[in-house]
Write a protein that binds this ligand. Structure first.
Ligand SMILES: [Zn+2]
Length: 492
C-alpha cells in the first residue's frame, strides 16, 4: 500500500479526464477516483501520468460496455463523497484520548477514557444532526429519522474501547465511519426510508473483565449479568463498581435491552487484524462468517522429583507430556481441520518451575477456532483424545476442562451479496473472507441480518500500538459501507 497519497490527485484527475471527448464531466468524475483506489489496491506507483493512462483505459472499457454501465451510473446516488481528510482527522483526534507513551491507546471498558471517547462521539454526531442517547450499559446511539416512521432501523457502528496500549483503528474506525456517513448524508441532503442509527458499543474488548462484546450482548439480553457484574479487573475493581465510577447504574442494565425487531440490519466496518488483504493486495474484505472458539484448560499432574537422582525411565515429567500435547494440538488441527481451522496453546505454566526439579505439574490453555461448528467439534475431540493418550502413555494424569464452546456465526447472505454487487459496481477490489476474530456483529448476526467489511491491516498487526492502516486504504471501505447502507435501505 502507498502511504500518504496526495489528496490533490483525487481532485485534479477529474479535470484531466474531462478533456476526453463525448463524455460529460458528470458521468466521468467517478472514474479517476476508482482508478486511484485500484492503483492503491495493486500497490502501484500513483502519478498523474499513470492515473491518466488508467483513466483512459477505463473510458475505453466503459465505451465497450456502455449499454449495461449507464443505468448503473444513473442509479448511483452517492459515490466518491467520503472524505479521507475528515476520516483521518477524526481517527487522529480519538487517538489522543487515552494515548500511551508508545503512541498506542488505552481506553478500557468502563474507564473514564472510554466514557470520554463516547461523550465526544456523541457531540460530533449531534452536530451532524442526529439525536443522541446513552443506554443503561453505556452504549451510545445516534439516530437519524427516516421517511417511513414505522420501519425498523438500519444500524451501523462498532466500539471505542481498546485493549491496553492497543491501536487507534480497532473499533474506532467503524464508529468514525458511521459519523462520516452521517456527515455525507447531511451534506448531500439525502433522506432514507429507514431510520438510521450509529452505535458505539461499550466494552467490546474482554481485556478488563474477561468478558467481551458487553454492550451488544446487554442490548440483546444475552449477557450473563450476575457473572459480569461480579467479575473483577486486575486491580480488584468489580464491573459493577467500575460502572458506578463512570456514572452508570449496574441495577438498571436490563433497561439496555432492545427488541431485535426494531433493527432491520446491522453493518460493521473494521480493520482486518490479519494479513490476507495486504498479502493479496485487495482493497476490502467482505466477511461471510465469524469464527468462534472452544477453550480448554488442561492440567497435567506428574511427579516432582530431584533432577539429579531420578533416572530417565522412572520419571513422570509433566512438562515433557505437556510439550507433546502442544505438538499434538498443532498436528490434530492440521490433520482434521481445513483452512479456517486454527489451534493455539497460548498458556503454559510449569510447577515448581525450578532448574533442579523434574516438573510435577503443567497447565495449558488451548484455543481452537473455526467457522464450522461441527468441524470444530471434530478437531476438539481429536485434540482431547490425543491428550488422554499421551497422558496414559507417559503415566501422568491429565484433566481437561471446557471453558467455553462458542458457535461460529454466518453473516447475512443477502447483505454479502449486496456488498459484493456494490463493490463490483464501485470498482472496489473485494475479497470474500472469514473473520478469525470476534466482533459485536457476531452477536447481532444471531438475531438480525448483519454484515461486515474489512479494510487492510499493515502486517496484520492489531491489539498493539503498532496497529496501522494506511489512511488512503480507508475510503474504499467507508464508500462500500455507505453504498451497502443505501441499497439495503431500498431493498429491505
Ligand atoms: Zn474491534
Amino acid at each position: 500500500m502507498l502511504q500518504g497519497t496526495p489528496l490533490t490527485l483525487l481532485h485534479t484527475s477529474p479535470l484531466i479526464c474531462s478533456f476526453h471527448p463525448n463524455h460529460s464531466l458528470n458521468s466521468l468524475r467517478f472514474f479517476p477516483v476508482y482508478s486511484t483506489w485500484q492503483l492503491l489496491a495493486r500497490g502501484k506507483k500513483t502519478s498523474p501520468e499513470n492515473s491518466l493512462q488508467e483513466c483512459g483505459k477505463r473510458v475505453k472499457e466503459k465505451q465497450s460496455r456502455d449499454i449495461d454501465y449507464e443505468p448503473r451510473i444513473r442509479r448511483k446516488r452517492v459515490t466518491g463523497r467520503v472524505s479521507q481528510e475528515r476520516l483521518q482527522a477524526e481517527i487522529e483526534r480519538f487517538a489522543q484520548i487515552g494515548r500511551t507513551a508508545e503512541g498506542g491507546v488505552t481506553r478500557l471498558a468502563f474507564s473514564p477514557e472510554e466514557r470520554q471517547a463516547q461523550q465526544l462521539m456523541g457531540e460530533l454526531l449531534a452536530e451532524a444532526g442526529l439525536s443522541v442517547r446513552t443506554d443503561a450499559i453505556g452504549n451510545l446511539f445516534a439516530r437519524r429519522e427516516g421517511r417511513e416512521a414505522d420501519l425498523p432501523v438500519l444500524m451501523l457502528g462498532s466500539h471505542l474501547d481498546t485493549v491496553p496500549n492497543g491501536g487507534r483503528f480497532d473499533g474506532a474506525l467503524g464508529v468514525i465511519a458511521g459519523l462520516e456517513i452521517m456527515r455525507v448524508l447531511q451534506e448531500q441532503g439525502i433522506s432514507t426510508r429507514h431510520p438510521l442509527e450509529v452505535v458505539s458499543f461499550t466494552g467490546e474488548e474482554s481485556a478488563r473483565f474477561g468478558t467481551g462484546t458487553i454492550g451488544s450482548r446487554a442490548m440483546l439480553g444475552t449477557l450473563n449479568l450476575e457473572r459480569f457484574l461480579a467479575s473483577r479487573d486486575l486491580h480488584g475493581i468489580s464491573a459493577a463498581e467500575a460502572m458506578r465510577q463512570v456514572g452508570l447504574s449496574p441495577e438498571k442494565v436490563t433497561d439496555a435491552q432492545r427488541d431485535p425487531r426494531q433493527i432491520a440490519a446491522f453493518l460493521e466496518l473494521h480493520i482486518e487484524q490479519g494479513r490476507i488483504l495486504e498479502t493479496e493486495q485487495k482493497a476490502v474484505g467482505i466477511v461471510t462468517d465469524i469464527a468462534n472458539s472452544t477453550r480448554l484448560a488442561v492440567q497435567v499432574i506428574g511427579r516432582a522429583d530431584h533432577s539429579g537422582t531420578t533416572p530417565m525411565p522412572l520419571r513422570k515429567d509433566a512438562l515433557v507430556a505437556a510439550a507433546e500435547m502442544v505438538l499434538a494440538v498443532e498436528e490434530r488441527v492440521k490433520a482434521l481441520g481445513e483452512a479456517p481451522s486454527v489451534g493455539t496453546v497460548g498458556i503454559l505454566h510449569v510447577e515448581p518451575c525450578v532448574m533442579n526439579v523434574v516438573p510435577g505439574k503443567a497447565s495449558l490453555g488451548i484455543d481452537i477456532r473455526d467457522i464450522d461448528f461441527e468441524r470444530k467439534a471434530r478437531v476438539v475431540k481429536g485434540v482431547k483424545d490425543r491428550i488422554t493418550a499421551i497422558a496414559k502413555q507417559r503415566g501422568v494424569e491429565a484433566t481437561i476442562e471446557v471453558l467455553g464452546d462458542g458457535r461460529p456465526v454466518a453473516l447475512s447472505p443477502v447483505i454479502i451479496e449486496t456488498m459484493r454487487q456494490a463493490a463490483a459496481d464501485l470498482g472496489i477490489d473485494a475479497r470474500i473472507m472469514v473473520s478469525g476474530a470476534g466482533h459485536d456483529a457476531m452477536n447481532l448476526a444471531t438475531v438480525v441480518p448483519a454484515g461486515m467489511i474489512f479494510v487492510p491491516s499493515k502486517e496484520g498487526r492489531s491489539h498493539s500500538h503498532l496497529e496501522w492502516t494506511d489512511f488512503a486504504a480507508i475510503p474504499p471501505g467507508v464508500e462500500l459501507l455507505l453504498e451497502t447502507l443505501l441499497r439495503l435501505d431500498r431493498s429491505l
